[in-house]
Ligand binder design. Structure first.
Ligand SMILES: *[C@@H]1O[C@H](CO)[C@@H](O)[C@H](O)[C@H]1NC(C)=O
Ligand SMILES: *[C@@H]1O[C@H](CO)[C@@H](O)[C@H](O)[C@H]1NC(C)=O
Length: 403
């Protein structure tokens, strides 16, 4: 009996280890912690697939559990004043420094856009709340963290438009005055899908003739920048990496644009381009814009045109900021781009770095050779990673010097 019990226990352990084990590269620190964290994400994803299959709940409704789990109530403390309000109808959380309120000193401001594939996430998740407070105390900045509406109920362009409205509202001189913000020191920033929104908003603002306040900087953390080529070398190399496997990223894109599941199927095989988007492939040609070492052994192959399953949003630069010509890039402010090696989105960021530099924009590029997608979110127990603190420090340092 005892040996049977031991055998069962051993099998359970072996199965658990097999399930938890994922091929995490050797140079990633705290590998086992990442495997366990990812195991939780993958289990939830499997559960979400299953409930959708049974017709009980949509995939994203189940995935939203992570957001709910990490949600906090943002409260004021002795250093930071926190107020939840609406800017032009859009929910925002505003974080302000308490000190210097009475003095005439003008502050910086950062409009921050959270990640989550336009479908998940919230400015009120613990790690974002913490990051906002750090920006306030270390940069003496006002932080506007935007609670834009999410897909699937709100497809593109709603999330973009929510963010655009907030930025335009905030940049009015009366509003900047109210927060004692220096109009010359306002930046937009975001991670992942938030980096996508930040890049898109920064471009569209430069094109707006009615706007007189210009942004000082944009800071993009592993941003999503294009939906035309979902088989760049980084998409191939990292298709099974923790946190954001290729299938999940493609799913986010598809849900951002449409409810039509056949578009997802087309995107998964990279056969979703229309004749119109095909003509824009030159802007995301990785064999031209990716530095040599990152092309590695991948061969560039021409994509084909699909006539049926496509979306008109594909060609919209408000969704894919890489699709604008150089004339638009040239007017962009100082830029910070963070990329991670083990991230399907690595090449989106890398290509933007190349294209912006070719257009003469001042770009700081920080690449983490041991980084994975979503790293910046892992600053709190029990999923705290040392690399997340290093990343945060470097990002804050750049803002301190450049904003
Ligand atoms: C991409 O660049 C390669 C050269 O490196 C070229 O042969 C190919 O035609 C380009 N494709 C597009 C769509 O621009
Ligand atoms: C890329 O092309 C070269 C030369 O044509 C070939 O030897 C190699 O196997 C190709 N690599 C891949 C990943 O297809």
């Amino acid at each position: 009996m005892r040996s049977t019990g031991a055998l069962v226990l051993l099998s359970v352990c072996a199965l658990t280890a097999y399930y938890i084990y994922s091929p995490v590269p050797d140079n990633i620190e705290q590998r086992w912690k990442l495997m366990v964290t990812d195991c939780f994400f993958r289990s939830l994803s499997h559960l979400a697939d299953f409930t959708e299959l049974l017709g009980l709940a949509d995939y994203m409704d189940v995935m939203m559990f992570i957001t709910l789990l990490e949600k906090v109530v943002p409260l004021s403390d002795e250093r930071v004043k926190v107020v939840e309000e609406r800017f032009d109808g859009v929910e925002v959380v505003v974080y302000e420094p308490r000190k210097n309120r009475g003095t005439g000193e003008m502050r910086r401001a950062i409009i921050y856009l959270h990640g989550g594939g336009w479908c998940l996430g919230s400015s009120k998740m613990g790690p974002y709340d913490l990051l906002s407070r750090q920006m306030v105390t270390e940069l003496n900045a006002v932080v506007v963290s935007v609670e834009y509406r999410l897909a699937p109920p709100y497809h593109f362009p709603v999330p973009f438009e929510d963010v655009y409205r907030v930025v335009k509202y905030f940049l009015q001189s009366a509003v900047l005055d109210r927060y004692k913000v220096d109009p010359e020191r306002v930046a937009v920033s975001g991670d992942s899908a938030g980096g996508n929104l930040a890049a898109a908003v920064t471009q569209q603002l430069q094109l707006d003739p009615n706007l007189h306040v210009k942004l000082k900087a944009q800071a993009l953390i592993y941003p999503v920048l294009q939906a035309l080529d979902l088989k760049t070398p980084s998409y191939q190399q990292n298709q099974h990496m923790p946190i954001l496997p290729r299938t999940l990223m493609v799913r986010f894109w598809s849900e951002y644009f449409t409810r039509d599941k056949s578009f997802l199927t087309a995107m998964l095989t990279n056969s979703h381009n229309s004749a119109e988007s095909f003509a824009l492939l030159k802007f995301v040609n990785w064999s031209v814009f990716l530095p040599e070492p990152y092309r590695q052994m991948y061969n560039y192959s021409a994509l084909s045109i699909s006539t049926d399953k496509t979306s008109s949003s594909l060609v919209d630069p408000r969704a894919s900021p890489l699709l604008v010509p150089d004339t638009v890039l040239r007017q962009l402010p100082k830029t910070y781009i963070l990329t991670c090696e083990y991230d399907v989105l690595r090449d989106d960021g890398m290509m933007y770095v190349t294209r912006l530099r070719l257009a003469g924009v001042d770009v700081t590029h920080e690449h983490y050779a041991e980084g994975f997608h979503g790293t910046l979110m892992f600053t709190l127990w029990p999923t705290e990673f040392e690399i997340a603190h290093r990343m945060t420090d470097n990002y804050l340092l750049w803002l301190k010097k450049n904003l």
